[in-house]
Design a protein around this ligand. Sequence first.
Ligand code: NAP
Length: 314
Amino acid sequence: MDKPKALLVAGISAELKGMLAEVVELVPLNKQGDANQFLADQGADFELVVTSAGKGCANALMEQLPNLKVIFNWGVGYDQVDVEFATSRSVQVTNTPDVLNECVADMAIGMLISQARCMGEAERFVRRGEWLSNPTPPMGQKVSGKRLGIVGLGRIGLETAKRAEAFSMQIRYHNRHPREDVDYAYEASIVELAKWSDYLLLLCPSTPETYQMIDREVLQALGPQSSLINIARGAVVDQKALVDLLLSGELGGAALDVFEREPEVPEALMDLPNVLLLPHVGSATFETRTAMAQLVVDNVKAYIESGSLVTPVN
Ligand code: NAP
């Protein structure tokens, strides 16, 4: 039997491509010359789209695929897919939750400690040869026992909180709704959470509701002795306010894995020693990327075999 066709609309790993090729005929959109012409001629042939969390699937593309049934999203965040629009067209969306919780939580703690203890700046100090003539390397802030505020205590947030407990950190959190299965103190106001926090960690999704939710007021409440850790999405933060307050010293520091317009990083942040900059690598380990790839393939197989999905979003 012929394998069903799947339209590939984003860059994905060679590993995932190889795994998918065993179950579908993968057709990369960017190899088809004039994409609009290709979609006009053959768009109706595709029931399946494979994409990445960063690329998603635009509404205009969905409209060019009249028989589209499922969008398989390689990543847990699906903010680049308009799920409401997909649902209105009876298009299902899948993502890759849970399998990346541990690695993203490891990275969140790593970012927090790295920023607090100036690891990036200290490392550059060694590499630049400055240690040879300067006996005073950069000095940081203590982590153990400090106050960690988490905005978005979900799957990854909870894994991160567990790790922070091992550092005797005090933990409070903000979600839209308090969780009944945790003892951490709930804070209904993000501004109040920021005032309390030494470190404010973002792990909520990017949605219209969370767009620039971490605004100037929240960042000012966090203040000059405290730091923002963003491993969620750039859109959750007012990036202009963030840069302004870091430059003026009204915010103590930041560790950022995500940005408003990736891969663009504000030039003003490049030379700030109290800012850790990472290229969206929260889940980027061989083990986790393989597990995410396997979950995409499991979803594709389940859909082909039974019309069901392992991890549906809508
Ligand atoms: P999750 O289990 O759905 O948790 C999200 C949490 O955010 C929930 O506790 C939810 O609680 C809260 N939340 C949702 N909307 C909110 C709002 N408007 N205001 C305040 N809190 C809100 O998701 P997850 O699997 O932990 O992933 C979280 C996010 O991390 C993803 O969406 C993704 O953007 C990001 N991520 C980044 C990387 C990376 O590489 N940097 C990797 C993986 C994930 P309520 O429903 O009670 O509000």
